[in-house]
Each structure stands twice: as structure tokens, then as C-alpha cells.
Design a protein around this ligand. Structure first.
Ligand code: ZN
Length: 297
């Protein structure tokens, strides 16, 4: 059962908004007063005033304070994450997956994908061929369990929190089809993707958007980066942290928030595509979320 929450409020730029860019001009450091060469530090705009800083002298950005408002962040959500063999979700075989439930229980899968795990992928998540051969489940059995568990979360009407959900959703969807297993009904899901929420509440963010860096900003513990269970738990904590700091996010019903994220994601990726085009990079960004149906170049 869900409480009724009001629709999204209009975004209003705050006067306290901080903008950080590479400094284009030399200047004296706002902290240590020594010279900052052009391009060697940061130009920080706080409340309309620009100051330059050495990187090590720049003020640490902190997220806006938590409010007392209510919202979906008071209700149970489930975290989901996978690790796979490939950065392209349609080519990725899942080697580990985790679901983290609101009551503190978790479900974990270690899967032997039946194909060698590329070394650069092992370098990211630490899962080796030896590990999956000795302790991994056969993919068809594990993926059937995972698909069933996610379908139950969706049928229960519980929001599913997934950081960069397009990867996990598209990879799982492709894996289920590859093994002839029934698809998850993604169009019935309420997915909350903290990477999209962050892009929406911090439209002028030029720093890293990696899970670990955003965890620091939102004061979320990340036990072990690229461990499926840790990442799933951090995604939940980050989504809750963003909602606690941004009332319009918290008060948007998860079903409406899912629909809003479809549009926010497409706009964020159009901006990224424009950046790639300006740089002359031959790279096509997908605008589809959460499920990619068209293969990227
Ligand atoms: Zn300095």
C-alpha cells in the first residue's frame, strides 16, 4: 500500500548554489593566497562571487542539509546491483548480483557465466574465473532465482533502487532472454536511480559521478566499491540521502518519480551527447531508461 504524495514541484535555483570549474585565469588562492596558475586549480562561484583555489585548498562541497519532510524515503525500498563481464550491458554476462531488503536481509548470487571473465572486468570487481568455477552457480538457475525475486519486489509495489539502472536492467533483461527465462515486467516497476536524481538536483556538477565520489558528497558509507551487496546498499542509502535533502524528490510518488526519471535521464544524456559531439568523439549515447532496446555504436 502506498501513501499519496504530491507531484513534482518546480526546481528553483538556490542563491547558495556553488559552481566549480577549472580556473581559466591565474589568480591568488582564496585560502593560502599563493598564486594559482591558469588551468592548474579551480574557480569556485559561491553566491555570485568567483574565487580561485589550488585543488588542495578548495572548500569541500557538502550536500544541502537534511530536512524534516516526509516522503518515500520513510518507506521500505529494495537495493539491486550486478557485476558483469562487459561495460556494454547487452554483451555483459552477470557474475554476481545482490538484492538488499529494507529489513536488513540480503540475497546474493555468484554465477559462473560459462565464458572467461575479461581481465579488465576482473580488475573492477575482483571476481575471477577460479572463483566462479569453484563457487558459482550455473547461470540459468541463478538468473531464474534473481528474475523471480525482482518480479516479486515489483509485484509488491516496492521501489527498486539501482545506481545507473540502465546497465543492471538491460544486462539482466538480456541475460534472461539469452537463457530462455521469463522476462521481468520492467514497465510495472518503480525504479529509483540515485545517479539520475543527483543529475536533477545538481544540474551544474562537473566533478566525478562515480558511486564512490557521490557517496562522499551525500555522506554515505561504501564498504567495498564494486561489490554487488555494498553497491546495492550504498545506492539505497544515497537515494534516501538525496530525498532527505530535496523535498520535491521525496514528495514525488515512486511511480511518478520513475516516469520523471525517464525524461530527466534523456535530457542528461542529450547534454552528454552534445559534449561528446563538441569534443569530436565518435560516441553515441543511449537515451533509453531503464531498459535499453537499441544497441549503441
Ligand atoms: Zn592555495
Amino acid at each position: 500500500m502506498r501513501r499519496t504524495l504530491s507531484g513534482p514541484a518546480r526546481h528553483q535555483a538556490s542563491a547558495q548554489e556553488t559552481l566549480i570549474v577549472i580556473n581559466r585565469y591565474p589568480g591568488s588562492c582564496g585560502k593560502c593566497r599563493r598564486r594559482v596558475e591558469a588551468g592548474a586549480g579551480q574557480a569556485v562561484n559561491t553566491g555570485g562571487r568567483w574565487s580561485s583555489y589550488h585543488h588542495e585548498c578548495a572548500p569541500v562541497r557538502t550536500a544541502p542539509p537534511r530536512g524534516n519532510h516526509r516522503g518515500w524515503h520513510d518507506l521500505p525500498v529494495v537495493g539491486f546491483d550486478i557485476e558483469g563481464t562487459d561495460r556494454q550491458p547487452m554483451d555483459s554476462r552477470i557474475v554476481s548480483a545482490a538484492l538488499v531488503y529494507a529489513d536488513g536481509t540480503t540475497s546474493n548470487w555468484l554465477i559462473d557465466p560459462g565464458v572467461p571473465i575479461p581481465p579488465d572486468s576482473t580488475a573492477v570487481h575482483g571476481i575471477t574465473d577460479e572463483m566462479v568455477r569453484s563457487a558459482g552457480q550455473p547461470p540459468r538457475k541463478a538468473l531464474a532465482e534473481l528474475g523471480t525475486a525482482i518480479s516479486k519486489v515489483i509485484a509488491d509495489g516496492t521501489p527498486l533502487v539501482v545506481f545507473c539502472a540502465h546497465y543492471d536492467v538491460t544486462a539482466l533483461h538480456t541475460e534472461l532472454a539469452r537463457h530462455g527465462l521469463p522476462p521481468v515486467e520492467w514497465d510495472r516497476a518503480a525504479i529509483i536511480d540515485p545517479s539520475i536524481l543527483h543529475g536533477e538536483v545538481e544540474p551544474r556538477w562537473y566533478d566525478s559521478r562515480q558511486l564512490g565520489d557521490l557517496c562522499r558528497y551525500y555522506q554515505v558509507d561504501l564498504a567495498t566499491a564494486h561489490d554487488a551487496e555494498s553497491d546495492a546498499r550504498a545506492a539505497v542509502d544515497m537515494a534516501v540521502s538525496i530525498a532527505a535533502r530535496h523535498e520535491r524528490i521525496a514528495r514525488t510518488h515512486p511511480d511518478a518519480l520513475h516516469q520523471a526519471q525517464v525524461g530527466w535521464y534523456a535530457q542528461q544524456k542529450r547534454n552528454l551527447q552534445e559534449f561528446f559531439d563538441r569534443q569530436g568523439r565518435n560516441e553515441t549515447v543511449s537515451l533509453e531508461w531503464p531498459l535499453e532496446t537499441k544497441r549503441r555504436r
